[in-house]
Design a protein around this ligand. Structure first.
Ligand code: PGA
Length: 287
């Protein structure tokens, strides 16, 4: 489906009274940004305990997960009815491998909160039949009622999930070949550089677009150009995150460094500072 048709289809899924927005929140530090992100997730889970969360790996969401763990321990935030779907996993990597996204999620979130193991979904990078497996992953998301809130990071090249530049903006969960740049960026997680897989299973751009809310976090100067492309550039498969301009309810949280190439940063700050109270934090309807 072309992006415009995808956008129109998305709009039809939302009742007219739902607010539509791309909200840009510029925080002073990654810590402050992670706290704001956690507040939004907490608000959803408290309002809808059986929420379906889409989760991401990488260094960016670590602060968000730490903050959710703290809120679980100290504030009684209950994940007992929550269901999760992760964006992606390396092909051919055992789930017990230290660099697998299964291990990452286990160590950085699942071991520390009360999400039921049978409610956790991550793509299986060891599957023998990748196309059938991917179709099943999509079916599982649909059967769960769709993703209520999808946590996203952004690659230096504008990728979301592992949807590298050039990915179809209508793509679904599938096998993807990583770019040399992404393989290089991920080398740091592997003790042996030659071990970095070249293939992944990732939710598609179209899959991500169907999430009711997208919460994208980006911190640091190295992300500034990708963030500018996402918010202020043209909608193009060359910067897959830019398709979120067509998504009706995206919240982007950046620190000052990641915001440094946004031409309209002052306007976003002004909008956020002057929001009516009823619109603060997750003003979107909870579904
Ligand atoms: P990072 O990765 O959070 O480790 O920077 C983000 C991404 O590649 O999507």
């Amino acid at each position: 489906m072309d992006p415009l048709a995808a956008s129109l289809a998305l709009n039809q899924r939302f009742p007219n009274e739902d607010p539509s927005f791309m909200e840009v929140i510029i925080e002073s530090t990654p810590l402050a940004g992670s706290e704001t992100g956690a507040r939004i997730v907490e608000k959803l889970v408290r309002a809808k305990p059986e929420a379906v969360l889409g989760l991401a790996t990488g260094s960016t969401p670590l602060g968000l997960y730490r903050e959710l763990i703290r809120r679980h321990r100290e504030g009684g935030l209950d994940f007992g009815a929550v269901t999760t779907f992760n964006l992606d996993e390396y092909v051919g990597l055992d789930p017990r491998h230290p660099a697998s996204y299964h291990r990452f999620m286990q160590e950085n979130l699942f071991d520390h909160v009360n999400i039921r193991p049978d409610h956790i979904h991550l793509p299986d990078g060891m599957t023998a039949d990748i196309p059938a497996y991917c179709a099943g992953y999509e079916a599982a998301i649909r059967a769960a009622g769709g993703i209520g809130l999808q946590v996203l990071g952004i690659g230096h090249d504008g990728h979301i999930g592992f949807n590298e530049p050039g990915s179809s903006l209508g793509s679904r969960t599938r096998l993807k070949t990583l770019t040399a740049e992404t393989i290089e960026a991920n080398r740091r997680f592997f003790s042996d550089a030659g071990e970095v897989p070249h293939h992944v299973i990732t939710m598609g751009v179209g899959t991500i677009l169907e999430s009711r809310v997208c919460l994208l976090l980006a911190f640091g100067e190295a992300k500034a150009e990708a963030v500018a492309g996402m918010v202020e550039g043209p909608v193009t498969a060359m910067c897959p995150a830019s398709v979120l301009q067509l998504h009706p309810q995206t919240v982007l949280i950046v620190d000052e460094a990641a915001a440094s190439r946004l031409r309209r940063a002052d306007y976003y700050r002004y909008v956020y500072a002057n929001k009516p109270e009823f619109q603060r934090d997750a003003s979107f309807p909870v579904r």
